[in-house]
Design a binder for this molecule. Structure first.
Ligand code: ZN
Ligand code: MN
Ligand code: MN
Length: 279
């Protein structure tokens, strides 16, 4: 099993590897820079060397690591300048992944801001396709969303429809988030409902395209569209369903990444332990 969590790069980017090792991760996710701003400082040669060295000496497989896009870009935006800035950020993040040797970049699909799904998808496909033309081995992973108002890509049929328009296909994959799927209305609480939900995912998106699983329990109820992650087994999805999810993705050798909160209830280390217990 490849299991880990989102880790902080605070201090310098190579600290992320220390944080992952300390939490007994065999996979991890990072932001390559501050996720809340538009501007990013260039990675220094030193940052790159240290990150790669530490990753090599850790026992973590490079192919179980990913980066997550910052929060501000909106690839489905109807506004010309916002859209341009978003696509440029995506291309820049791909480049940062190339430099760090990170194979996957997870991105949200954005909001059509009231212009409608078709308009949003048209922008999104245009933006992703542009980033897909860059010559490198980084794969951009489309993450299913929680289904907030005006958001694109919460339902598997729509996600598949978007994915199938992207070229070249080898540049794109999927990141499935269990909290987002659940609050979008996909039941994951029992063995049977998990099997049904994954069969539905397979039908529209395809198992082969799934490269990373974000394993999060949900604070909200099924179908509430509330993007609030919770500790493994303690939310509204629960242990039974999450165990079945783990079983399915482990069979397919897909790295699992936790994006669970850190609070008085549990920290990352304890949530990772919990997942290992559920296997
Ligand atoms: Zn995400
Ligand atoms: Mn996620
Ligand atoms: Mn989320």
């Amino acid at each position: 099993m490849q299991i880990g969590c989102h880790v902080s790069i605070s201090g310098s980017i190579d600290k992320a590897v220390d944080n992952a090792v300390e939490r007994e991760c065999s996979s991890f996710q990072i932001f390559t820079r501050n996720p809340r701003g538009w501007n990013a400082k260039d990675l220094s040669e030193n940052d790159i060397t240290n990150f790669k060295e530490k990753l090599k000496t850790s026992k973590i497989d490079r192919f179980a690591t990913c980066a997550h896009m910052p929060y501000l870009p909106n690839l489905s935006s109807p506004k010309e300048d916002g859209f341009e800035k978003s696509v440029n950020t995506l291309i820049d993040e791909v480049d940062r992944c190339v430099k760090l040797g990170i194979p996957y970049l997870v991105t949200h699909l954005g909001s059509h801001l009231g212009t409608g799904e078709d308009a949003g998808i048209k922008q999104l496909v245009k933006g992703l396709t542009r980033a897909g033309q860059t010559k490198n081995d980084v794969m951009i992973l489309l993450e299913n969303t929680a289904g907030q108002k005006n958001s694109v890509g919460s339902n598997f049929e729509q996600l598949g429809k978007i994915f199938n328009q992207l070229k070249p296909t080898k540049k794109f994959g999927i990141c499935l988030d269990t909290c987002h799927a659940f609050v979008s209305g996909y039941d994951l609480r029992t063995e049977k409902s998990v099997n049904d939900t994954f069969a539905n995912f397979d039908k529209f998106v395809g198992y082969d395209n799934l490269k990373i699983l974000h394993l999060n329990d949900a604070k909200g109820e099924i179908g509430c569209n509330l993007d609030r992650h919770y500790h493994i087994g303690l939310g509204n999805i629960g242990e039974k369903g999450l165990s079945q999810v783990i079983k399915i993705v482990n069979n397919k050798k897909i790295p699992i990444i936790l994006e669970t909160p850190i609070d008085d209830v549990r920290n990352d280390f304890e949530n990772i332990r919990k997942v290992k217990e559920l296997v």
